[in-house]
Ligand binder design. Sequence first.
Ligand code: NDP
Length: 240
Amino acid sequence: MARVALVTGGQRGIGAAISEGLKAAGRTVVASYAGNDEAARAFTERTGIPCYKFDVADYDACAAAVQKIQAEVGPIEILVNNAGITRDATMKRLSRQMWEDVIDTNLGSCYNMCKLVWDGMTERKFGRIVNIGSINGQAGQYGQVNYAAAKSGIHGFTKALAQEGARASITVNAIAPGYVDTEMVRAVPPDVLEKIIAKIPRGRLGTAQDIARGVAFLTADDADFITGSTLSINGGQHMY
Ligand code: NDP
C-alpha cells in the first residue's frame, strides 16, 4: 500500500508543489491548511488531494487532526512541516505578539506534528520527516528577527531529532529554500526583490518545484542514510 504523506500548508505555494511531487512519486498525499478554503477547494478539485483545516500552532487542534487523518487515510509515514508565516518588523516595532505568532507557527508546529506522529513511526520502524527552514534562518535577515530565529531553530531541531530517530529508520532532514516565487515573496516590495535577485548567482527566484524535488528525494524509501542534513536550495545565494 502507498505510504501516507502529510504536507502542512500543502494546498498552495511551495506546499502545493510538494504535495503534487509526492503524489507523482506514488505516495497517498494529504494536505493541511489554516483558513484559505478557496485555495483548498481549488487544489483538491485540481489534484484529488484532500485538505484538512487546522492550526499547526495549536497542539490540541493538531492532535485531533492527526487522529482524524490516520483514521480516514492511514498511518502517517511521511511528514513535511512546511506551513509557515512571516510577520516582519525591525526590533523597534516587533511586538511580543508578532514574535510569538512566528515562533509558534513556524517552529512550535514542528514540535506539535513530530510529537504526534513519532510513536507510530517508532513502532513501525519507518519515518521520513522534512522540515522546511529558510536561507534566512541560516544567514539572518534585516527585519526578520522572529522568522530567522524560528527557521534557525528548525535547523537545530532537525539535527537533534535525527539522532533520536536513526535507530528506528526515521530520517529527519531540513530544506533551506532561498527566495521562491510564491505569495510570501510577492509581498516583498519590488525594489527590495530586485536587489535580492541581483544577489542570486543563478539569476532568478526559485520555483516551488525546485523545493518539491528536494522533498521527494529526501523522503524516498531508499534515502535511509540521509538524516540530520540541511539541503540548501537557493540558486547559490548562500553556501553554508
Ligand atoms: P505561503 O504563504 O504561500 O503558504 C503558506 C502555507 O502555510 C499555506 O498553505 C497556509 O495555509 C499555511 N499556514 C500558514 N499558517 C498556518 C497555520 N497556523 N496552520 C496551518 N497552516 C498554516 O508560503 P510559501 O509557500 O511561500 O512558504 C512555504 C514554506 O517555505 C514556509 O515555511 C516558508 O517559511 C518557507 N520558505 C519560503 C520561502 C519563499 O521564498 N517563499 C523561502 C524560504 C522558506 P492557508 O493557505 O490556509 O493560509
